[in-house]
Design a protein around this ligand. Structure first.
Ligand SMILES: [Zn+2]
Length: 468
């Protein structure tokens, strides 16, 4: 059937349909979905769609249109950039902010941004603010100037609390903003300060807020210890959960926060878990790189070597937080059974949800994953998650270039913390940046629900039930 797309005015830019320049002779089949993008020309800004546009999608770029039986006619509107428009102001100079404004095209309200390579890491994290927006205008944002930090589905917020996704998953983004200032990031940000705020909210006899360590740059690394003070600690099993060994993986901290808030609460399963276990939650390990907006992966150290916090769990780790974690875990192991060691991450873009499992824990964690999924459903949140499990072959190390002395956290835990593997858990959860595995975007509500599901399933794993 005929799909006609016009530009108004013709000089406003270019139309791209499914990646190709618009050609009105191309026939479409009813039911087919077509994605229409615009690339505004210099001097013009996109100004929205009209015509046979799906309701509520008049500002989407790309615009997704399902071909119907009748001819469809769509108009892409462009407006000349006002000479009186306020100057756009780019700002990455705040906590966790990172971004270099490479180009600012005043005549088309277009910005080209790339991340600063903090500590010479291959940094893919950017987080910045734009001020001076004329509310209702469409800006063009390009981030593929630095290819590894390119395509994603960025998030934006007008208040730093509520986050929405861009419409597009591919740069250059043409996105409408409705307030004078906007904060944009690759993923929902989670700053170091938020761990301090969260720590201040962790109050009650069931939790102790401790500093696991103080970072190289002097920042306290918060750790929460949950247990029931009315039950003697002697026979309790220990559970260790940490997040954010990689600084750009902000969703792992949200996951840990969801777990911490559930553990603090009065759900019967949370109370049962606190009676049976001492649960340690560290929401952010690499606080310094998070503070500076770094990626934290493969950064250069003072000796010119490539180092990565998660691969530095061997003897004499250069990181004080790892040495402190190992010392504490060693002490705990002497008096308690360590039941679980869980490391929260986000994968490389745009990988789907998955768990990395040491082969020695393959059976237990595979069973636990089913428990986790059913407990996610039991949260009543309607949040979904479809993961795949990746159990390593017996002699398979991490899929990264081996570095002498390299040991990941779970490899360390497997070797140092468990006297037996049966009835114990050791694995890594990779929570995606974008989608839950079913195509739904990951939101703060999803991340909270995932944390709660982990708490609930750990309680069940230890044999707790709601009726206790
Ligand atoms: Zn990671």
């Amino acid at each position: 059937m005929a799909l006609t797309v016009h530009m108004s005015p013709e000089a406003g830019g270019r139309l791209v349909l499914d990646g190709f320049t618009y050609d009105p002779r191309v026939p479409y089949t009813p039911g087919e979905v077509v994605r229409i993008k615009v690339l505004p020309a210099a001097g013009y800004q996109f100004a929205g769609w009209s015509g046979d546009v799906p309701a509520g999608h008049g500002d989407d770029v790309p615009l997704e249109v399902t071909i119907g039986e009748a001819p469809q006619d769509i108009v892409a509107h462009f407006a000349p950039v006002s000479k009186d428009a306020s100057e756009l102001v780019f700002d990455a100079n705040f906590e966790n902010g990172n971004g270099i404004l490479r180009y600012l095209y005043r005549d088309s309200r277009r910005l080209v941004v790339e991340p600063l390579q903090v500590k010479a890491a291959n940094n893919i994290w950017w987080h910045f603010k734009i001020h001076g927006i004329v509310p209702g205008e469409f800006l063009v944002l390009n981030v593929v100037h630095c290819p590894i930090a390119g395509d994603s589905q960025p998030v934006y917020s007008y208040d730093g609390v509520t986050w929405q996704r861009f419409t597009s998953t591919r740069a250059p983004y043409v996105q409408k903003f409705t307030a004078p200032s906007v904060e944009i990031a690759r993923n929902i940000p989670y700053s170091y300060s938020r761990t301090l705020t969260l720590a201040a909210e962790m109050r009650g006899p069931q939790v102790q807020v401790q500093n696991l360590a103080v970072s190289e740059e002097g920042r306290p690394i918060k750790m929460f210890r949950f247990t029931d003070p009315d039950e003697p600690d002697t026979d309790k099993r220990v559970i260790w959960i940490m997040a954010r060994q990689h600084a750009f993986e902000s969703h792992s901290s949200w996951y840990a926060e969801g777990l911490a808030r559930w553990l603090l609460g009065n759900h019967a399963l949370a109370a049962a878990l606190r009676r049976q276990a001492i649960v340690y939650v560290v929401p952010m390990m690499d606080v310094d790189n998070v503070y500076h907006g770094g990626a934290g992966k493969e950064q250069l150290n003072a000796l010119g070597e490539r180092v990565d916090l998660n691969r530095s769990w061997g003897p004499n780790s250069p990181w004080t937080v790892i040495r402190a974690a190992q010392a504490l875990l060693g002490t705990l192991k002497a008096t308690h059974d360590i039941a679980a060691f869980i490391d929260l991450h986000n994968p490389w873009y745009p990988d789907p949800p998955h768990w990395h499992i040491r082969h020695t824990f393959g059976t237990q964690v595979t069973t636990f994953a089913e428990l986790w999924s059913s407990e996610l459903a039991a949260t009543g949140s309607d949040v979904q998650w479809k993961h795949w499990l990746r159990v390593k072959a017996p002699d398979q190390s991490e899929d990264i270039e081996p570095t002498p002395g390299m040991l990941t956290a779970t490899e360390y835990a497997e070797q140092a913390l468990f006297s037996q593997y049966e009835d114990h858990l050791c694995f890594t959860i990779e929570t995606p940046h974008w989608h839950d595995g079913y195509g739904n975007p990951i939101t703060l509500a999803s991340l909270r629900a995932y944390g709660e599901a982990l708490g609930r399933s750990l309680a069940r794993f230890l044999g707790a039930s709601e009726s206790e």
